[in-house]
Design a binder for this molecule. Sequence first.
Ligand SMILES: Cc1cc2nc3c(=O)[nH]c(=O)nc-3n(C[C@H](O)[C@H](O)[C@H](O)COP(=O)(O)OP(=O)(O)OC[C@H]3O[C@@H](n4cnc5c(N)ncnc54)[C@H](O)[C@@H]3O)c2cc1C
Length: 490
Amino acid sequence: MPDRKYRVVIVGAGISGLYMAEKLKHTGIDFTIYEKADEVGGTWRENTYPGLFVDVLSRQYEFLFQPNYDWSRKYAPAGEIQDYIKKVARDRDLRKYIRFNEEIVAARFAEGRWHLTTAKGETDTADAFIVATGFLHKPVYPNIEGRESFAGPAFHSARWDHSVAHAGKSWGIIGSGCSGIQITEALAWEGCEVTQFVRRPQWIHIRENPRSTLWERLKLRLPGQYAKKQRELWKFIIEADQWRLKPGPAREAMEREYRSYLDVIRDPELKKKLTPTYHLGCTRIPKSDQNYYRAVQLPNVHIEARRIAKIVPQGVELADGARLDFDVLVYATGFDTHTYMRPMKVAGLNGITIDEVWKDNVFSYGGVAVPGFPNMFLLYGPFAPLNNVPVPIGLEHEISYILRLIAEARKRNAAVAPTAAATEKFRARMRAAFPGTVWVGCKNWYSDQEGTPILWPLPQDQHEDFFAEVRMDELDFVPARGQSGREAAE
Ligand SMILES: Cc1cc2nc3c(=O)[nH]c(=O)nc-3n(C[C@H](O)[C@H](O)[C@H](O)COP(=O)(O)OP(=O)(O)OC[C@H]3O[C@@H](n4cnc5c(N)ncnc54)[C@H](O)[C@@H]3O)c2cc1C
């Protein structure tokens, strides 16, 4: 019999929060989603810059419970991903659980429950608190003198200003990560005057992105076809990602292939500016659908490797004193990737705060929980798979495990958190797995202050295995006296 009194609050209505909601719906547990914006989608609502396409196969990014037969391309444009997420929310009737325009600013565990406060000053309580706030949502701006003095429009890639017409303007794009590459390429082919500032060149995957044909879309609808295609896809992905985990011929062949993409660059100086000096895969690999290396050779495109010393009203001043003038500046400078749910103030057992616990480094048990924070569950927290397990598969593992933890805790009229010892053991296992993987040996946004990347460094089957079993000896249960369901039963 579902116990409607037990209550879960989810924070965030991006892919993770919606995925959790759909799974919770089937347990009969009462829940609410708080979303600070006015729409679902998270990343895909916020990022609308030109040239944004999903960097994995579209089919690899589907919620496992909601097939989509109609992707327009092998790698869908961002708007299509956002439409799909909205459709999932609609088709699964999830919108009715969402409180839009409600930001949770504080969460405190006291008397066995979570006490939540919104930005509007309202309060709520929950037996379990699910943090689905994403890890790429707090834009980082470059710390360059004079940034506020620029006279024209200037915005972060995740805050694209669509009122600014592209044509006839000179654009300065600061940043050479995934967003900077995609924006430069898109504006370049539109014929805009573009200068991209590239301090550290990236390995770029030059790929084909064909439209899907009517026959391909129809075929997926034939009996058994979709399931067969997905089975083949998951098998392919597991094999295709092995090169990231261990050195060997597969990795060498991959690096040779990526190096060969640079061969279309005719000017040796330009080629040098764009040739990475670290190994392939150490940073997230930008994807180029319209051949970035050809785009940067257009006469309207300039790659600038000199350091920006200062931003001035007309544009930028370089370290050597030269001035470059622009109509528009774009900060494609990424996100604060280790912020997670913050600036939300989170306090666990005995008032200990997440800021204190994560003072030196962010960490978790399995990417989903933190000792001292009972019944707080993270989706895609520190050490979640970011590169080698597709997002929906990672979420399936995490969510089914969290639901089992909730069930165990409810059986005991308790709230559950991993023990400190188990968390340390887990972190040691992660640290031990990194040598030999591609993620070590360069500066990347995954790495914590000690240089340990906070992603999953093991094969996908070990991610599944980790979550297959609830290891009771790795968990602490604390009384949850305030559970309304229990009170009602007593
Ligand atoms: C430009 C860009 C491109 C990307 N491309 C890919 C890709 O191609 N493939 C891939 O696998 N991954 C990609 N990613 C990673 C992407 O972030 C994840 O795949 C996924 O979308 C994360 O979903 P999420 O629900 O966990 O987080 P988000 O999508 O970040 O959603 C979090 C939600 O929580 C809300 N929220 C946050 N704090 C609060 C609060 N305090 N109160 C209330 N609501 C709150 C936010 O408004 C947001 O709606 C990309 C990321 C970016 C930035």
